[in-house]
Design a protein around this ligand. Structure first.
Ligand code: OSB
Ligand code: MG
Length: 400
């Protein structure tokens, strides 16, 4: 198999409401899309980097630049060699290199060759993950196989939660939360920051009643000095507290976990299987937020899922305000058995008036608050190329 061309498309998609976190406020989702054209067909991947380097060091311009200058040319020029090396390693080890025997990578040699081909570039996991996702989509489409089937999805529908931004007032927060509850969402996640934590969380707990699933996400806004304050969140019977401290500060998360009853869950800190297993071993995280982009792609996300499952650590699927392209693959991933908590896999309408693909819509009846796992080949959704053109924020780039 060969990768013949890579296209980068930058688009801007208006959000139905501003999304505010401890690190910033977005009114438009700027998205970098990757299209991989292979000799067997094409596929699309969504880069989850934001417009600004606030959630992580990666951002849209940086991702586009590193793909254009380093990653894209390396895939086009070097893929043959890496696929061959990968094949040899796979044959020798009885499974894909570094993945152990029986791993899923064996049936997608081209996608499995992407990470090894790009390992010479440090970091830039979101950029690498988008390339791998596009190649994986192309390869699975060519095989007539869905992402869910390839990943090992065990459910046809997944439970959905919703991530609720910091609101201008408590009244507006309550309106927004109650709207989502009426729509059927099975879990609420509140964004918190210093000055917007105990009061809104307590108010939402009161409104939801004792049975409503509730969790909070601080996106690194606190320091270890805030441990006594964060321990007071125990009063609200939360599913978890997500990433209160800096990405690098595993030790502070260990201290919080020792000081409170609420499970601590890492997001930003978990960049691969090694960091996940280490953070679990050290007692910094007892639940893991899996975001494939943050981990360099779906293949690494599968390995994190498998490692957490072996350790009996629950995982859930995070979100990065994805369009239908990224959402489709996330929903398929969330159907794996280790994903035992509702994900930030919300319906298209929670983000956009119009999605880039056919919209994801919450089910009714027994499927209230759930999204159906796509079962058509690849991501199972179709990119509306008219919208890619209409929403373009920059001229497309072609890498050959
Ligand atoms: O920390 O989970 C996060 C969005 C952008 C960046 C980081 C995060 C988020 C969300 C939104 O919480 C999740 C979603 O609905 O996609
Ligand atoms: Mg988070």
């Amino acid at each position: 198999p060969t990768i013949e061309r890579i296209e980068l498309h930058r688009i801007e998609v208006p959000l139905v409401r501003p999304f505010e976190t401890s690190f910033g406020r977005e009114t438009v989702r700027e998205v970098l899309l990757v299209r991989a054209l292979t000799d067997a067909g094409e596929g699309w991947g969504e880069c989850v980097a934001g417009r600004d380097p606030f959630y992580s060091g990666e951002y849209v311009d940086g991702a586009a630049s590193v793909i254009e200058r380093y990653l894209g040319p390396a895939l086009i020029a070097g893929h043959g060699r890496h696929v061959d090396e990968h094949r040899r390693a796979t044959d020798a080890a009885g499974g894909p290199a570094g993945e152990g025997p029986g791993s899923r990578g064996a049936s997608v040699p081209l996608a499995a060759s992407v990470a090894p081909s790009l390992a010479f570039v440090a970091g830039h996991r979101m950029a690498k993950g988008a390339l791998e996702a596009a190649v994986l989509d192309a390869e699975l489409r060519a095989q007539g196989r869905s992402m869910g089937a390839f990943f090992g999805a065990e459910r046809e529908w997944v439970d959905c939660g919703v991530s609720v931004g910091i609101a201008p007032t408590l009244e507006e927060l309550m309106d927004e939360v109650m709207g989502y509850v009426e729509e059927g969402y099975r879990r609420i996640k509140l964004k918190i920051k210093p000055g917007w934590d105990l009061v809104p969380t307590g108010a939402v707990r009161e409104e939801l009643g004792p049975k409503g699933l509730l969790q909070v996400d601080a996106n690194t806004a606190y320091t270890a000095d805030d441990i006594p304050l964060l321990a007071q969140l125990d009063a609200f019977d939360l599913l978890l507290i997500e990433q209160p401290f800096a990405e690098e500060d595993i030790a502070a998360h260990v201290r919080l976990a020792e000081a409170c009853e609420t499970p601590v869950c890492l997001d930003e800190s978990i960049v691969d299987t090694t960091t996940a297993v280490d953070a679990i071993d050290r007692g910094a995280t007892s639940i893991v937020n899996i975001k494939p982009g943050r981990m360099g792609g779906y293949l690494e996300a599968l390995r994190v899922h498998d490692a957490c499952r072996a350790l009996d650590v629950p995982v859930w699927c995070g979100g990065m305000l994805e369009t239908g392209v990224g959402r489709a693959a996330n929903v398929a991933l969330a159907a794996l058995p280790g994903f035992t908590l509702p994900g930030d896999t919300s319906a298209s309408a929670r983000y956009f008036a119009e999605d880039l693909t056919e919209p994801f819509v919450l089910g009714d009846g027994e499927h209230r608050g759930q999204l159906r796992v796509p079962d058509a080949p690849g991501t199972g959704v179709t990119v509306r190329e008219d919208l890619v053109r209409d929403w373009a924020a920059a001229a497309p780039v072609s890498i050959t």
